[in-house]
Design a binder for this molecule. Sequence first.
Ligand SMILES: Nc1ncnc2c1ncn2[C@@H]1O[C@H](COP(=O)(O)OP(=O)(O)OP(=O)(O)O)[C@@H](O)[C@H]1O
Length: 258
Amino acid sequence: MFELRRLTKRYGNRVVLANLDLEFHAGRATALIGPSGCGKSTLLRLLIGLIQPDTGEVLFDGEPLAPERLAPLRQRMGYVIQQGGLFPHLTARDNLGLMPQHLGWSSKRIQARIAELAELTHFPLDGLERYPQELSGGQNQRVALMRALMLDPEVLLLDEPLGALDPMVRFDLQTELREIFQRLQKTVVLVTHDLGEASYLADEILLMRAGQILQRGRLEAMLQAPADAFVARFIRAQRSHSLESNNADPALAQGDQA
Ligand SMILES: Nc1ncnc2c1ncn2[C@@H]1O[C@H](COP(=O)(O)OP(=O)(O)OP(=O)(O)O)[C@@H](O)[C@H]1O
């Protein structure tokens, strides 16, 4: 679905992603994880074409993400950021209707799609008439997810969608997100700081450090055979935190094997 070819991204003199070759397969959920500043969000922004690589290219469904082709390709991707990114001066319903309206959908079709997604994301119908600041953090993220799904995109790109939520809301939304991923079978790329969450939500984990991919695969494989000392240390550092806070993979609960 996505292919990065020899991709390098710099900010000024700083190389953030160096000569990356990478593929994301259709219908799979992949979690990007790694220390702060390792390039996770940059990678996601490159996938959706918000920023351009300095060298190399990103292919989406075999087609280069060239600036002049971006608009139609972006309609095939849904994007959610940590704080939701909803327009504060629009109600939830109007936030959801903005893009389909722009594309000429009828009001009936828009309202039917909103009702369908409110059910999918367990969003209360009366909340649709409220403004983002009148909604809880979890409700804002549900609306942001609904907005990303409005056009029924093939791909969902989620940049720490649950990062700003309190642990109980986060737990509930993790459970719901997993159900949604399994039900919709979309290609998902998700950024998270939390290894338990990564393992719970994604088919595979991509562990990054300083713009490089250190290891890719399931958590169990990382626990059993960490690619290097950093991977082992990263897993150890995450273990107690993940257990306390969420739907952690039971593999994380076992003794210190890493
Ligand atoms: N617009 C920008 N201009 C300059 N430097 C940037 C810009 N965006 C990101 N960076 C730098 O690029 C590096 C990678 O940033 P990025 O946001 O991709 O990391 P991340 O892994 O998502 O971090 P975090 O987990 O803290 O969100 C960081 O050193 C960051 O300071």
